[in-house]
Design a protein. Structure first.
Length: 113
């Protein structure tokens, strides 16, 4: 089976870009809202919101582990690294989606399919 080619409109690209960028501040909440509201309306936005949601869930798990590891001091180094990775990958995703590309996070647990 071949994949369907999705050609996003400018509005679709803007929503996907904002969804990825909003994860740097509000973590999984924006991507969850966009995914719930748009999953049956627009394939491109649904795909990118799901991708952003999966990544933000991965970041939340990493932050949880880092906060537990604060007790053995390694978490003190992990917390800023996780936050930096979140910011960098969200910016890369936003740049890709602003061009209309489909972005896949390289470090992401895929919970929602």
């Amino acid at each position: 089976m071949s994949e369907e080619i999705i050609v996003p409109s400018n509005d679709d690209k803007n929503i996907a870009t904002i969804t990825h960028l909003a994860g740097t501040i509000f973590f999984f909440i924006p991507s969850l809202i966009v995914w719930i509201l748009k999953r049956n309306d627009n394939a491109y936005i649904e795909d990118q919101a799901r991708e952003a949601l999966n990544f933000q869930i991965t970041v939340a798990i990493a932050m949880f582990i880092a906060k537990i590891l604060v007790w053995v001091l390694i978490g003190l180094a992990m917390i800023p690294v996780v936050l930096l990775v979140n910011i960098v990958f969200c910016i890369i995703a936003a740049i890709s989606t602003s061009k209309g590309e489909t972005y896949r996070y390289p470090i992401c647990l895929r919970f929602i399919n």
